[in-house]
Structures are given as structure tokens and as C-alpha cells.
Design a protein around this ligand. Sequence first.
Ligand code: HEC
Ligand code: HEC
Length: 201
Amino acid sequence: MMMKPPGPKPALLLPLLLVLLHSPSILAKDPAQTAATVCAACHGVDGNSTDPAYPKLAGMNQEYLLRQLRAFASGKRRDEAMTGIIAGIDVADFPALAAYYGKQKRKPGVVRDAGLAAQGKRLYEDGNTESGVPACAGCHQPDGEGNARFPLLAGQHQAYILKQMADYRSGRRATDPLMTAVSKRLTTEETKALAEYIAGL
Ligand code: HEC
Ligand code: HEC
């Protein structure tokens, strides 16, 4: 298990944030204010969350971030915390929020198991021809920096990567048929190795 840094418990935080969101008098309308008062609680002020349950948003392509905000709003992508939060945000603020996180600098992650990461590196760069897993590097780039089409992965929390692969596989995240296919071809061990390698990119 991963060590959780001390901080507010999400289970307690979420109801409070939802109340805040539905009280327009308390919450400022400026998207930068929304980022600082609402999103920062989970994603960190600069988009480099410290709690591995919440993804780092810093440095991600703005178009990608915007697509994901819309996917949460439409229900194509579902998550206990984000689905509730996004319902309280004005869609007109989505582009400014995406731009805010796109401009932040991504901080590196922490590799805990170098052996596992080495296994992940092979898969990331070459895929697995036997099971039909394509090389992640082909789309997400060898350094994991991604581009306008393929999201930045480098430095992301292991726990978040593992949850996304599970959500693509189960259909809870139905934002990309290709990633759904990729997630279904990976074994649990391979997925863990990839997450460990990605954290250190
Ligand atoms: C209570 C905690 C919480 C708050 C507050 C929160 N988020 Fe999230 N956010 C999450 C979680 C958890 C996920 C991962 C969801 C999943 O597993 O699909 C996420 C995912 C995201 C993603 C997708 C990232 C990716 O790599 O695909 C974006 C974009 C995002 N949040 C933006 C925001 C914005 C903008 C706000 C403020 C308006 C916000 N979040 C507030 C918990 C939160
Ligand atoms: C053919 C291109 C392609 C290949 C190959 C590919 N991906 Fe992706 N990946 C994408 C696209 C496009 C998205 C964004 C999809 C969406 O909007 O949900 C994505 C999203 C992801 C995400 C979610 C990122 C986030 O911030 O939520 C993860 C994790 C991921 N890919 C991991 C991998 C891994 C690991 C591999 C290799 C086994 C891989 N991908 C191979 C195209 C690709």
C-alpha cells in the first residue's frame, strides 16, 4: 500500500465542497478563484496533487483537459468526486480552468520499485506483440510528454494510472475506444509495471 500524506479526508471534504459550489454568494465567479478555492483541495494549487488518489493536472494539454471536463459533465466519464464537482461548475469556465492547469509545470513522481519499473519500460517502449499491446511510446511519446492528441503521462501518480486502466476496462471511462482495447489486453502485473515506470518518467 502507498503512504497517504496527511491532509483533509476526501470523504469529509466532498460534501463541504458541494455545499460551497451551490452557494454562489460564497464562491467567486473568476475561474482562477475557482481553481484556488475548489480544485486546489484535491489537485493542489499548482495542479501537482500530493495525494496519489488525485491526478496531477499540471502541464497537460489544454485541449485534453477541456475534453475531460466535458466528458465528466456529459457522463461519458464518471467518478464519485469529479462528477459531483463538475455539476457545480459553469461550462463557460471550462476553457479558462483547462488553460490554468495547462500552464503549470509538472513535478516528477516517485518510483518505489526499480525492478518493476524496468519491466514497465520494456512494455512502454515495445508493447507486447504476443497479446497485441501496442507500444505506449508510439502515442504518448518516449518521454511520456504526449502532445495535443495524446495526454502527458510523465510523473503521474501510480494509483491514478491504475484506476484509469481499470475504468477503461470496465467502461466507467468511455472516452476512448483504443484505450479501452489496450486496457483489456494488459495483465494486472503488466499494468502495475507500466504505472511504476510512468511515475518516474
Ligand atoms: C474532491 C476532490 C476533487 C476536486 C475538488 C476536484 N477534482 Fe478533479 N479529479 C478528482 C479525481 C478523483 C479525479 C480522477 C477521476 C477518475 O478517476 O476518473 C479527477 C480528475 C480530473 C481531471 C481529469 C485528469 C486527467 O488526467 O484526465 C480533470 C481535468 C479535473 N479533475 C479537473 C478538475 C477541476 C478543474 C476542478 C475544480 C473545478 C476539480 N477537478 C476538482 C478529484 C477532484
Ligand atoms: C494509438 C495511441 C495510443 C496508444 C498506443 C496508447 N495510448 Fe494511452 N491514450 C491515448 C489517448 C488518445 C488517450 C486519451 C483518451 C481519452 O480521452 O480518454 C490516452 C489516455 C491514456 C491514459 C489516461 C491519462 C489520464 O491522464 O487520464 C493512460 C493512463 C494511458 N493512456 C496509458 C497508456 C499506456 C500504459 C499505454 C501502453 C500500454 C497506452 N496508453 C497506449 C492513446 C494511446
